[in-house]
Design a protein around this ligand. Sequence first.
Ligand code: NAG
Ligand code: NAG
Ligand code: NAG
Ligand code: NAG
Ligand code: NAG
Ligand code: NAG
Length: 836
Amino acid sequence: MAIRKLQLAFFIIYTISSLHHSCRAQYSPPDSYLIDCGSRTNTTIGQRTFLADTSLSSSLTTPQDILGSSSSNSIPSSINGPLLQTARIFTGPSSYTFQIQKQGRHFIRLHFFPFSYQNYDLATAKFDVSTQDVVLLTDFTPNGKSSALFKEYSLNITSDTLVLSFMPSQNLAFVNAIEVISVPDNLISDTAQVVNPASQYSGLSEQTLETVYRVNVGGPLVTPDNDTLWRTWVNDQDYMNNTKLAKDVVFTGKINYMKGLATPETAPDSVYNTAAELAMSNTSNAAFNMSWQFDANAGSSYLIRLHFCDIVSKSLNQLYFNVYIGSWLVLHDMDLSTLTQNSLATAYFTDYVISSDNIAQSIHVSIGPSTLDNVLPDGILNGLEIMQIITGSGSAFTVRSSGKKNLWVILGSVIGSVAIVIFLVILACMCMKKKKKMESQTSKTWMPFSVNGFTSLSTGSRTSNGTTLTLGPNGSYGYRFAFSLLQEATNNFDENWVIGVGGFGKVYKGILRDETKVAVKRGNPKSQQGLNEFRTEIELLSRLRHRHLVSLIGYCDERNEMILVYEYMEKGTLKSHLYGTDLPALSWKQRLDVCIGAARGLHYLHTGSAKAIIHRDVKSANILLDENLLAKVSDFGLSKTGPELDQTHVSTAVKGSFGYLDPEYFRRQQLTEKSDVYSFGVVLLEVLCARPVIDPTLPREMVNLAEWGMKWQKRGELQQIVDQRIAGTIKPESLKKFGLTVEKCLADYGVERPSMGDVLWNLEYVQQLQETDSGANSEVNSINRIVELSSHVHHVGSQESVDLGEPGTSYAHNEPDLSDVSMSRVFSQLIKAEGR
Ligand SMILES: *[C@@H]1O[C@H](CO)[C@@H](O)[C@H](O)[C@H]1NC(C)=O
Ligand SMILES: *[C@@H]1O[C@H](CO)[C@@H](O)[C@H](O)[C@H]1NC(C)=O
Ligand SMILES: *[C@@H]1O[C@H](CO)[C@@H](O)[C@H](O)[C@H]1NC(C)=O
Ligand SMILES: *[C@@H]1O[C@H](CO)[C@@H](O)[C@H](O)[C@H]1NC(C)=O
Ligand SMILES: *[C@@H]1O[C@H](CO)[C@@H](O)[C@H](O)[C@H]1NC(C)=O
Ligand SMILES: *[C@@H]1O[C@H](CO)[C@@H](O)[C@H](O)[C@H]1NC(C)=O
C-alpha cells in the first residue's frame, strides 16, 4: 500500500538560522527555514546555512522519496550552486509541513535544478506545487534548459502551519532547496494605485504574489547576503529598450530612510544608491524616454513597485520627471524632494497594479522628462519589482485514510476573470489505492479540466475520456465528473436511490466504479437561485476543509446540470436520529459528541478563514453523521461571507429555515455569526427534547420549540421536557450547564450570545460534567475561565497536528483545529484543578 505523505516538522531550524543574520540585518525574521533538500549535510551559502533534511525525515522517508545527488559537473557555478547538487525526488504526492511562529507575509523560495540521478531524469518531471491555500505552480516543468530555476512567492500565511505540497502530474516531482522566511508586515501594504483606470486597489494583503522581476536599476547584481531580506536584485541592462538613452549613476553618501516611506527592508542601500538617469540630462536635449520592457502573461495582473531615491540633485526641487507604465502616465511631474519632505537621497517607493486587460505580452515602464518650462529634462529610476498577482484562492489539500483505503482529495479553485463573472471552481481528485490496477481505472473516473471563468466551463473543449487539458498560467486545475459517470453511479438517478430532498434538488446515493460511495446532489437546472447556491457551495467548499465539514469530492456542470458530489455520510442526518424515524435513540453522550462536532465545524466556518463564513441554515437536517456518528456540517448553499473588519454585519434578505431563525436577523435583516449561534441553540434544544422545532399539531404554547424550551429553562425545570428515552441518564449538573448554554445561544440580541468557540467550550464542559464521577463540580460558571485558556490550547493543538496521518486518523488538518486529544487533555486538567 502506498503511503504518500511526508510530514516534516522544522521547529528547531528557525532558532538556528535566524542567529546568523543578527549581526548585519536589522530585521530578524520570526520564521526562517532554510532547507537543502535531499542533502545529507548542511550547506552554507554566504552567511546562511541551509540544513540537511535527511536527519529530520529519515524515519519518515517513504519509497517515493529519493534523495538524489548530481554526479556531473554541470551544476551551475552560480552563488546557489552548492544547493543544487542534491534534490528530494517525489514519485507521489508529498508535503513539507512548517510550523509558523508568526502569521503574516512570508517569502517562499524554491530552487530547482534538473539533473539525472540513477534512472530518474529530473528534466522529465512535471508537477504542481501548492500550499494549503494556493496553487503556486501548475504542471511545472523545469526541463529543457538544464539550468537552475528559482521561484519566489510572497504570501500571507494565516494559520499556524504551512503545508507545502508537491504533486507529480506524471511521474516525478522534485525540489533542490526551500526557503520559508517571514517578511516585515509593512513590506506589502494593502493598497496600491491602479494604472488604468486610475483608481485605488485594495486587498493586496490577502494576495499571493510571485516575484517575476526584481531589478537594481543602474546598479550591480545584489545577492541575498547583501540584501536585507535575502532577495536577489539583477541589473537592468537586459530589459532596457535602448541603453544609449540612460546613464548609470552611483552615490556614495548615506541613504536616508524616513518614517512612513521606504525602510531598509523595502530595498537595501545598494538598490537606492544606484540609478539610471536620462542620458544628456545636463542639457536641454534630453527629450526622450528611457524605458524597460518585461515579458508578461496576458491574463494576469501584476503589482509593480518602483523605487526612487534622488541621488542626482545637488539641491532641492531640481528634479522633475514623468513616469509611464505602458502608455499610461502614472506620475506627472514627479518631484521627489516634496514627496520626501524636502530631503535628498531619501528612499521612496510607489506601488501600482496593472490589471490583466491592460497587458498584452509585456509590461513597459518608462521615465521621461517633465514638460515644465523652467526645469532641465531629467529623470531617474533606482529599482523596480514586478510581482504577478496569483488569482484564485488556490487548492486545499487533504489526506484521508480509512481502513485500507487512502483517499486523496485535492480541491483547487480559480477566480475567473471573464467580464463580470467571478467564479470559483473546484476540483476534487480521488484515488483509490487499494491495488495498483485500480489506479488506471480511477484516472478514467476523473477528468481534469481547465477554466478561466464560468463561461469557459460551458464553451471550453471537453472530452469524456479523461484527457488532460493544458492549463493556462492562471488556471487552477481539478477534476470534474462526466455526467455519464454520475448516471452510472446513481443507477440513472434512480428514484429509489434518493436519500434526501431539499430546496436545491434531490440527493442520490451513488457508487463510483471504484466502489466509493458518494452523495450526489442534483440541482434543478431551471432555478436561478439554485445556480447561485451551486456556485456558493463550490466556492466555499473548495476553500474549506475540516474534519467536521462535509467534503465536496467533485461536481458536474455538463448539459447545464448542477451536480455536486460529496462524501457519503452513512448515517444520514442528525434529525433522522432524533425523531420521525425508527432509528434507535442516541445516548446523551452520543448526542453531545454530535453537538460538539457540529460546533467545531461551525467554529471553523466562523474563524477558519480571513473572513468569517456564516452558514445561515444551521439545522439538524444539515448536520450529517458518518458511519462512526462523527458529525459534519453540510449544505453551504445559503452561506455568506461575513462582515469585513470595519462593518459589523452583512445586510441581506432573510433566508434560512423557519423555527431556527434568529429573531434579530429577522427584525433587522442583518446577518452576523451570532445568527448561526442562535440556530445552533435551537438545534441543541432539538437534540435534548427530540421533537421538531415547529410542530403545529401541538397546543399553541408548545408549537415553537425555542420558545417552549426557554420557558422551561427560565423556570429552571428544563428536565421536564427532556427526551424521555434518555432523561434518566443525564446528570443534573450536565443538564444544567447544557441549559445555560442553550439560554445564552438563544439570547435576544446577538451581542449577548457567546461565540461558537465559547459554545464549543461549554459543550465540552457539559460532556466532562457528564463523565466525571463526583458531583463536586456543580458550580459551573466557566465561560470566562475557559476562554482564557483557549489560546494555550490552540498552541498545543497545532503542535500535535504535526504528526498526523497515521492510518486510522481520518484527516490531516492543518488549520488550527482544536484537536480532540489536546482539548480533552487540557479539559481534564481543568476539571481536576477545579475539583481541588
Ligand atoms: C546542521 O546544522 C544544525 C545546526 O547547526 C545541526 O544541529 C545539525 O546537526 C547539522 N546537521 C548536519 C548533518 O551536519
Ligand atoms: C494577512 O491577512 C490577514 C487577514 O486577511 C490580515 O489581517 C493581515 O493584515 C495580513 N497581513 C499582512 C502582513 O498583509
Ligand atoms: C556585498 O557584500 C560584500 C561583503 O559582504 C561587499 O564586498 C560587496 O561590495 C557587496 N555588494 C554590493 C552590491 O553591495
Ligand atoms: C523601444 O525602442 C524602439 C527602437 O529601438 C522604439 O521604436 C520603441 O518605441 C521603443 N519602445 C518604447 C516603449 O519606448
Ligand atoms: C554633461 O555631462 C557629461 C558627463 O556626464 C559631460 O561630459 C558634459 O560636459 C556635460 N554637459 C554639460 C552641458 O554640462
Ligand atoms: C514617453 O512615453 C510616453 C508613453 O509612451 C509618451 O506619451 C511620451 O510622449 C514619451 N515622451 C517622450 C519625450 O518621448
